[in-house]
Design a protein around this ligand. Structure first.
Ligand SMILES: [Zn+2]
Length: 256
């Protein structure tokens, strides 16, 4: 199966990435999609993917770093996106939680990267915090997109809004927290061919790992919680998610 969203270039993995990815492989995680936060992070992630066959990459500028977006960054992201390890533009999006870049800078970077992804025929990995309606309006304004909403955090009804636009919806360790019944109701509404799980490692560890560093191997705990919420077998669901990721990101599972 796949961890559909992590940040392997984070400095918390700098000393032991070999061991982290070995534990992921031992847990049955055959692919990790490592997502960039800005141009430097995009470059680091491509280098990581060249070293580790399990890793695929999304390049782009996160809403937290939207103020760094420029014509020249756009050109460099475009160039990096042609690396064979790059399967998506991300993570991009809108974050109105108050911890992010000014809204105007976020909108500019988001629209530009949605447009770039369309031009390159790549899917997008979208970060949405307290901004669902605006993010969807911008996706519509950009002419639509193919992609994944990562770490879904809206209500169950909002699932339908993303599904209607052709998106896949991915759930993180937050779904395992006792208070998050709404997320468990939300995941039960996602069609089988549009659901994924992720760690967002090193952030957001699942319930039994709270307080520590998250890593791709821990995605199995979130998979188990998703399977329970959907009334499915975890092994079947994990295989289906691998197929979902393979279709969305055009990842091949044999060889590299
Ligand atoms: Zn992330």
């Amino acid at each position: 199966m796949i961890d559909a969203h992590a940040h392997l270039d984070d400095r918390r993995f700098a000393d032991d990435l070999d061991a982290v990815l070995a534990r992921a492989a031992a847990a049955g995680i055959e692919r990790v999609l490592s997502c960039a936060e800005d141009l430097a992070s995009s470059e680091r992630n491509v280098l990581i993917a060249r070293r580790y066959p399990a890793v695929r990459v999304a390049v782009g500028v996160h809403p937290h770093r939207a103020a760094s977006w420029s014509e020249s960054v756009s050109g460099m992201v475009n160039r990096l996106a042609h690396d064979p390890h790059v399967v998506a533009i991300g993570e991009i999006g809108i974050d109105l939680s108050g911890r992010s870049a000014p809204r105007e800078a976020q909108e500019t970077a988001f629209i530009a990267q949605l447009t770039l992804a369309r031009a390159l025929d790549l899917p997008v990995v979208v970060h949405v915090r307290e901004a669902g309606p605006l993010a969807r309006e911008l996706v519509d304004r950009a002419g639509g997109a193919r992609g994944m909403v990562h770490c879904f955090s809206e209500g169950p009804d909002d699932v339908d809004e993303w599904i209607r636009r052709g998106f896949t919806v991915s759930f993180a360790g937050t779904l395992t927290y006792p208070k998050n019944d709404a997320l468990r109701r939300a995941v039960a509404r996602v069609p089988a061919d549009r659901v994924l799980v992720e760690t967002d490692a090193p952030y957001l560890p699942p319930k039994t790992r709270r307080g520590g560093r998250n890593e791709p191997a821990f995605v199995v705990e979130t998979l188990a919680a998703v399977a329970a919420a959907r009334g499915e077998e975890a092994a079947d669901l994990g295989r289906r998610m691998a197929e979902n990721a393979s279709k969305l990101f055009r990842i091949r599972w044999q060889g590299t």
